[in-house]
Design a protein around this ligand. Structure first.
Ligand code: ZN
Length: 70
C-alpha cells in the first residue's frame, strides 16, 4: 500500500495505486503512482513525505545560514 494525498479534500489515504511510466525528453524514464480518492473519485498523486528536520539541517549547513550549531 502507498499513501496518496487528495489536494481537493486535503486528505491522505492508502491505496495500491496504478503505476504510470513515461519517457520524458528532458529527464528520461519516469514513473509515478496515482490512485482514486475514496471521497470524490478524483485521481490523486502519491504523497511524498516532507524532509525531516535532520535532513533539512544537514542540507542547509552548506548554505551558511544554518542553526545546527556547527
Ligand atoms: Zn478527495
Amino acid at each position: 500500500m502507498k499513501t496518496f494525498l487528495c489536494k481537493t479534500c486535503n486528505k491522505k489515504f492508502e491505496a495500491a495505486g496504478v503505476r504510470f511510466d513515461w519517457n520524458d525528453p528532458v529527464y528520461g524514464p519516469c514513473s509515478k503512482y496515482t490512485a482514486q480518492c475514496p471521497c470524490n473519485g478524483e485521481e490523486c498523486e502519491e504523497y511524498k513525505h516532507q524532509m525531516s528536520h535532520k535532513e533539512e539541517a544537514v542540507s542547509s549547513c552548506g548554505s551558511g545560514h544554518c542553526s545546527c550549531g556547527r
